[in-house]
Ligand binder design. Structure first.
Ligand code: HEM
Length: 525
């Protein structure tokens, strides 16, 4: 090596730096210039390649769940669902045999905040699992909490706009959050969880997971049941108070990613058990809630949790961007024996995921190793940005990229077991479901909390609600009163005291619509 670190011999070794064209790079310190003081010339191919790739290093972050951490591992089936063979309910191959292992990739995330936001913030947490099964991939895209804010997918963009930063100030603002929630009473159960310590899990290893939406299982007779999925951490569950979270955040805003990475590096592999709740596939008029409503829990005493397998995470990603950032999960990604229910949120979600991934990652996102199934893929799809191979079967006639054909193209698979063919009939309407029961389960959840959790819930709600318009406060108090007498009373008293103490400072930002319009007009917009 010469003093300025260039390699005059141009000999190539295994560790020789090259560019993406495979050319050895002999000088990675200096751009090519006229004399050593410049100017630079335009034919600096190595420099232009390097800098223009750097200019494109980021892809759009996920529109939600931007901050995350991932790990690889395996799922091991029990072969049973509680006391029954699992085949009674589903023919999905990954569940059938006791001890059968299926590789998985998991991505945990927070929801609302951006890509490098603190991991201590109050927010649901994402819990997305990709199972690389012998029948192709299955994605179980869930959260830590078992319910959700809304029950109709049409409301999702509004909900996310209200929770994300204000479009004018770019500051997240609890008044916008509570304005949406107070006027969407179905969200009250979820608000009750999120404002309690359950809204700040201590880390990713010590939190539950849930599919949240209702799915179906189909057996080999073509019979279906409704199913909900739950992940239970073997490490135990731990949540934080607001104060504990603030103390961690003052020192470390990557604590959850770090905790997961370090646990796996030291061989302390986190593990979760997968449990399901099952209901017969009908409307269940005897229940005071709709089984397809994702703002509701299914009572455990009526619908017991049945263990079906366990998952162990035992390998960290080798490269964050390649694996975690480009991972693409979606609720449409099911295998034989698993199906959708008519849950309206689930149906809306199923369109959204692959749609955003074609934009966020690219049309051929399913060819990336993290997203591709580990079994063979043979399709007639081709083209699009960044295709790098053809999904061709061995022996397939390369001229035949269509089906049907007798000239050596791909053939349809055989149906495995009886097809499930539900009958659907009804008028096309735009209507909410009948059994809304918006606050009853919120009251039950409030009463199930321990006293310190109830106190935290009230304190956290008062802190954020006291900065809101009194009309929003009144609506939230009314929802709490409807849920539980004590819940309502404590919230009302807390807000009255906060107002007396004068701690109700208005948040930053001008949301006065009239003033904003006046200002925009003055500026000529
Ligand atoms: C991520 C849409 C509800 C869990 C996403 C993404 C979109 C989206 C567009 C970004 C995906 C990507 O860029 O790869 C929606 C819509 C919903 C909805 C339209 C309602 C209609 C839910 C619910 C849950 C959930 C109810 C919980 C079960 C997740 C998770 C991720 C995610 C865990 C992150 C996946 C990952 O780690 O890459 N969602 N979502 N979403 N969503 Fe939803």
């Amino acid at each position: 090596m010469t003093a300025d670190n260039t390699n005059p011999t141009n000999e190539e070794h295994d560790d020789t730096l090259t560019n993406r064209q495979g050319h050895p790079v002999t000088n990675n310190q200096n751009i090519r210039t006229v004399g050593n003081r410049g100017p630079a010339t335009l034919e600096n191919y190595d420099f232009i390649e390097k800098i223009s790739h750097f200019d494109r290093e980021r892809i759009p972050e996920r529109v939600v769940h931007a901050r995350g951490a991932g790990a690889h591992g395996y799922f091991e089936a029990y072969g049973t669902a509680g006391d029954e063979p699992v085949s009674k309910y589903t023919r999905a191959k990954l569940f059938q045999e006791k001890g059968k292992r299926t590789p998985v990739f998991v991505r945990f995330s927070s929801v609302i905040h951006g890509g490098h936001s603190p991991e201590t913030l109050r927010d649901p947490r994402g819990f997305a699992v990709k199972f690389y099964t012998e029948d192709g991939n299955w994605d179980l895209v869930g959260n830590n909490l078992k319910i959700f804010f809304i029950r109709d997918a049409l409301k999702f963009p509004d909900m996310i706009h209200a929770f994300k930063p204000d479009p004018v100030t770019n500051i997240q603002d609890s008044e916008r959050f509570f304005d949406f929630c107070a006027n969407s009473p179905e969200s009250f159960h979820m608000v009750t969880f999120v404002y309690s310590p359950w809204g700040i899990p201590a880390n990713y290893r010590m939190m539950q997971g849930s599919g949240v939406n209702t799915y179906k299982w189909v057996n080999s007779e073509g019979e279906a049941v409704l199913v909900k999925y739950h992940w239970e951490p073997k490490q135990g569950i731990k949540n934080l108070t607001q104060k504990e979270a603030e103390e961690i955040q003052a020192k470390n805003f990557n604590h959850a990613t770090q905790d997961l990475y370090e646990a796996i590096e030291r061989g302390d592999y986190p593990e979760w058990e997968l449990l399901v709740q099952i209901m017969s596939d009908d409307d269940h008029p005897e229940l005071d809630f709709d089984p397809l409503d994702d703002t509701k829990l299914w009572p455990e005493d009526q619908f017991p949790w049945l263990p079906v397998g366990r998952m162990v995470l035992n390998k960290n990603p080798e490269d964050y961007f390649t694996e975690v950032e480009q991972a693409a999960f979606g609720t449409g990604v099911l295998v034989d024996g698993l199906d959708f229910s008519d849950d309206k949120m689930l149906q809306g979600r199923t369109f959204s995921y692959s749609d955003t991934q074609r934009y966020r990652v690219g049309a051929n996102y399913l060819q990336l190793p993290i997203n591709a199934p580990k079994k063979r893929v043979a399709t007639n799809q081709s083209g699009g940005q960044m295709q790098y191979k053809v999904d061709r079967a061995p022996g397939q006639n390369p001229h035949i990229n269509y089906e049907p054909s007798i000239l050596g193209g791909l053939k349809e698979a055989k149906q495995n077991g009886k097809e499930y063919t539900p009958k659907v009939e009804g008028r096309l309407v735009r209507e909410s479901i009948d059994r809304q029961s918006n606050t009853k389960q919120a009251g039950e959840t409030y009463r199930r909390f321990e006293e310190w959790e109830r106190t935290e819930l009230i304190t956290n709600l008062v802190n954020d609600l006291s900065k809101c318009d009194p009309r929003i406060q009144e609506k939230m108090i009314a929802l709490a009163e409807e849920a539980d007498e004590e819940y309502g009373r404590r919230l009302k008293e807390g807000l009255a005291n906060a107002s007396k103490e004068g701690s109700t400072q208005k948040p930053l930002g001008n949301r006065d619509g009239d003033k904003s319009v006046e200002l925009a007009e003055e500026l000529g917009h």
